[in-house]
Design a protein around this ligand. Structure first.
Ligand code: SF4
Ligand code: SF4
Length: 262
């Protein structure tokens, strides 16, 4: 069982080169300050409900919504995300956060993990060695015990779950209907800020509004072929990228190995 102590030394490393997942309200505030939010979409074929012992599948189920890709049952996870190369726009010259009092959950939680299935490993974190030489308990028996991190992990997980259906309607309103295959990559959609802000604030959206069928995008021709064989609507990422949509795969493009066309 792991025990870890931790004190932030304000080095600012975790405020650079970001992929920050945001809640709906955090995304509204982020855009309202003039900064950029994108939607990362991933799809999981969902042929049957998972066993109670399958914690990974249950975790994905909680934060996703049910839909279809062609004739294939899927679940879709949509993550509102602030993506930056270099410093966060809220980081000042002295490595202090300009929005410290209202910073997102994920910033309050770091270096702890929001995902309950990932154990905190200092080697995977950006914090320097001296941050881990501290008298302040962060983890006891593999459980986060530091009060603020613990609170915001719980809030973040709750909001992630409760906002899944909202995101389904959000995507329908924005005309977003493509997702990367889970564990292979993401389809990333970048609607115009004004449109996204208006849609995020929209409380009057019809409850039943949803996208009838999603396209599962991949940069692997073999994946596209396999998905199509399973009845899915699937396409190569090289054929789906537009000015406001792109694909980020975890593997190098392999568009010629299989039979997949457009
Ligand atoms: S919002 Fe603040 S704490 Fe979060 S990454 Fe930006 S500067 Fe860092
Ligand atoms: S990388 Fe770690 S020590 Fe540095 S500012 Fe972020 S949380 Fe603090």
């Amino acid at each position: 069982m792991a025990n870890l102590n931790f004190s932030c030394v304000a080095c600012g490393k975790c405020c650079h080169d970001l992929r920050l997942p945001l809640t709906r309200n955090e995304a509204i505030d982020w855009i309202a300050r003039g900064d950029t939010v994108e939607l990362l979409c991933e799809a999981l074929p969902w042929l049957e409900e998972p066993e109670p012992s399958n914690l990974h599948a249950l975790h994905k189920r909680r934060r996703s919504f049910a839909s279809m890709s062609g004739n294939l049952r899927i679940r879709v996870i949509v993550i509102l995300t602030a993506i930056y190369v270099g410093p966060c726009p809220n980081l000042d010259e002295d490595f202090r956060c300009r929005i410290y009092a209202t910073r997102p959950h994920v910033c309050r939680v770091y270096p702890a993990e929001i995902n309950p299935l990932i154990a905190l490993a200092p080697a995977n974190k950006l914090c320097p060695p001296e941050a881990w030489v501290s008298s302040v308990p962060l983890v006891r028996d593999d459980q986060v015990v530091e009060p603020e991190a613990k609170l915001h992990i719980a809030l973040s997980r709750d909001e992630d779950e409760h906002e899944a259906l909202f995101k389904q309607r959000l995507c329908a309103e924005l005309g977003i209907g493509s997702a990367g295959l889970s564990n292979e990559g993401f389809a990333i959609h970048a609607p115009a800020a004004e449109l996204l802000l208006k849609a995020l604030r929209n409380e009057a959206r019809a409850e039943h509004q949803s996208n009838p069928s999603w396209t599962i995008v991949s940069n692997q021709a073999a994946t596209v072929d396999a998905l199509r064989a399973a009845g899915a609507d699937s396409a190569l990422s090289s054929n789906t990228s537009t000015g406001s949509s792109r694909y980020v795969g975890f593997r190098a493009d392999a568009a010629v190995a299989g039979k997949a066309g457009s």
